[in-house]
Design a protein around this ligand. Structure first.
Ligand SMILES: *Cc1c(COP(=O)(O)O)cnc(C)c1O
Length: 454
């Protein structure tokens, strides 16, 4: 009898914690059993969307079990503590050198770089180095080093953050009609002696197109020859850094272009590492001003650190090294090729499906498909379609292109590791159903649309 009652009371949903809503704003007075807390939190997390159906994100949503094992085993490893965890630090250093070589850094061993929490932190570090280098050049020439600016095309929000957080004027060149990337011919109008650098994006977030790094460099070469204003390039290769070397090996976007001084990349996007790792690499040590590197001795040893964060998990870096080792060049190529083929298949199916005009089909640039609605179409919008697809769990982001093409609303699907041909087929079937439904009940176009945040 007593035993029976205990067993009943032992059921997770018969325990006291289940008898009320979980605390939201104040610390509970006492503990609860681990098993109970775990299950109740898992139940709340079940309300989140299914990441595999999130076609908006560029980030890793599928990992091999070995990555999960390594992540668990490295839970205690603090990346900043290179003295306590020298082998984790060694794996970080190997990743930097492998990436520097992959991106054709001229002096292999001499390339410098570090891991970060993602491309955003990597962009801050790249931008800070550009600023310091520019300031040093100006001061050496006896010129004022105030009012610095950074020139770019349609950049990810991290560059707007960099500019605002560090007081740099951001000069974004507007998109010209018919273009989804910066036009190098515009550069001369936006650059001047106070330009600390030009950011070129390899894999524009909005469409997946690559900006023409070689043409941008040529335009800056011409500017330098004409005016003496010599402006370095930083490539934001958040996604492309792990795509172009495998799918477009002949494309010169990296350190093969002499004007490219630094590159950032997100390990947790097409690098296939779990969330929380990015990379920034400089062509050589001369491009990274020494005053940005701090030396700390309170962890034991004398450790150089260049990062916005201090303590940081080491697992993602270990997992990045695992991917590099496990896949090699041929493995990455196979993964990215499968993504690109699936993107092309999706793009080709769209034209037959509805009144869509494909802007980016994954044949060049990232394995991303981006489309807009045919101009004469008016009974429903892409926002209406997105809402319908959401009912089936699909997240297909819908947003206007950046200025000056903000009147063009697009939808975008990122075909990343794990977005299989079958999954895309299922999406297409749901799109077909949604289009039939919209045809029967044209949507009342809502005034206010939720904005999509990249
Ligand atoms: C995703 C992305 C970023 C930001 O990278 P995080 O790793 O998410 O911080 C920056 N630039 C581009 C082009 C991106 O696609």
């Amino acid at each position: 009898m007593t035993q029976e009652r205990t067993d009943q009371a032992d059921d997770l949903y018969a325990l006291p914690g289940s008898g009320r809503a979980l605390p939201r704003y104040t610390l509970p007075e006492g503990p609860m059993p681990a098993r109970e807390a775990y299950q109740l939190i898992r139940d709340e997390l079940a309300l989140d969307g299914n990441s595999r159906q999130n076609l908006a994100t560029f980030c890793t949503t599928w990992s091999e079990p070995e990555i999960r094992a390594l992540m668990t085993e490295t839970l205690d490893k603090n990346m900043v503590d290179k003295d306590e965890y020298p082998q984790t630090a060694e794996l970080e250093s190997r990743c930097v050198h492998i990436l520097a070589a992959l991106w054709h850094a001229p002096h292999g061993e001499a390339a410098v770089g570090c891991s970060t929490t993602g491309s955003s932190e990597a962009a801050m570090l790249g931008g800070l180095a550009l600023h310091r280098r520019w300031r040093a050049r100006r001061e050496a020439a006896g010129l004022p080093a105030d009012r610095p600016n950074l020139v770019c095309g349609p950049v990810q929000v991290c560059w707007e953050k960099f500019a605002r957080y560090f007081d740099i004027e951001l000069r974004q060149m507007p998109l010209l009609p018919g273009r989804t990337t910066a036009d190098p011919a515009q550069l001369a109008r936006y650059c001047d002696e106070r330009t600390i650098g030009v950011v070129a994006t390899l894999g524009v977030t909005f469409t997946g197109a690559y900006e023409p790094v070689e043409d941008i460099a040529a335009a800056l070469d011409a500017l330098a020859a004409r005016t003496g204003v010599d402006i370095p390039i930083h490539v934001d290769a958040a996604s492309g850094g792990f795509v172009a070397p495998f799918l477009q090996p002949g494309l010169k976007w990296d350190f093969r272009v002499p004007r490219v001084k630094s590159v950032n990349c997100s390990g947790h996007k097409f690098g296939l590492a779990p969330l929380g790792v990015g990379w920034v690499v400089w062509r050589d040590a001369a491009e990274l001003p020494a005053e940005l590197v701090f030396h700390v001795d309170y962890l034991g040893g004398d450790m150089p650190t260049f990062a916005l964060n201090f303590s940081r998990p080491g697992g993602e870096i270990v997992a990045q090294y695992y991917n590099l080792l496990r896949l090699g060049r041929a493995g990455y190529q196979a993964v990215q090729r499968a993504c690109a083929d699936t993107a092309v298949a999706l793009a080709d199916s769209l034209a037959a499906l509805g009144p869509f005009r494909v802007l980016h089909d994954g044949r060049a640039g990232l394995p991303v498909v981006c489309w807009t609605l045919a101009p004469d179409h008016s009974t429903w919008t892409l926002y209406d379609l997105a809402e319908r697809l959401r009912l089936r769990g699909w997240q297909v982001p819908t947003y206007p292109l950046p200025a000056d093409r903000q009147e063009t609303v697009v939808q975008r699907v990122v075909v990343r590791h794990g977005v299989s041909r079958d999954l895309v087929q299922l999406l297409l079937e749901d799109m077909r159903g949604a289009l039939a439904e919209l045809g029967r009940h044209p949507a009342a176009t809502a005034e206010q649309r939720p904005a999509f945040h990249h």
